[in-house]
Write a protein that binds this ligand. Structure first.
Ligand code: THU
Length: 130
């Protein structure tokens, strides 16, 4: 599974996002330690705080399928009809942290086709853990 293939899975599931309130579609695709891929999209709700992010959906799918660790997570998002380098929100960084290792790769691609690759320590320094 190449980075481009994983991003394509994120872009594809992004089309299924339920986001009538923000019109901001997000898709996430996780490659787990078994080489399996799990996807998720954002799911909004009329009671706004009940909405969930794409990354959380992909993590739930990974766990449900028996995966335990995130090797790579690709995220694609943007306003309807647009894409941009969509880095995970603060809450999602904490969710990813739970299942990430030091070498887990968080990858996004901007409109110019430039890849941006992060570790969870890049995105969530001095993180909370028990
Ligand atoms: N969203 C995600 O799915 N992931 C993120 O990392 C950032 C935000 C969703 C939540 C909401 O449905 C929409 O994008 C706008 O914030």
């Amino acid at each position: 599974m190449t980075d481009d293939e994983l991003l394509e899975r994120a872009r594809s599931v992004r089309e299924k996002a339920y986001c009538p309130y923000s019109n901001f579609r997000v898709g996430a695709a996780i490659l787990d330690e078994n080489g399996d891929v799990h996807v998720g999209c954002n799911v909004e709700n009329a009671a706004y705080p009940q909405g969930s992010c794409a990354e959380v959906g992909a993590i739930a799918a990974m766990l449900a399928a028996g995966g335990k660790r995130i090797v790579t997570i690709a995220i694609a998002g943007g306003d309807e009809g647009q894409t941009r380098a969509c880095t995970p929100c603060g809450g999602c960084r904490q969710h990813i942290h739970e299942f990430a290792d030091d070498d887990t790769r968080i990858i996004v691609k901007d409109d110019d086709g430039k890849w941006h690759t992060y570790t969870i320590a890049d995105l969530l320094p001095s993180s909370f853990h028990l």
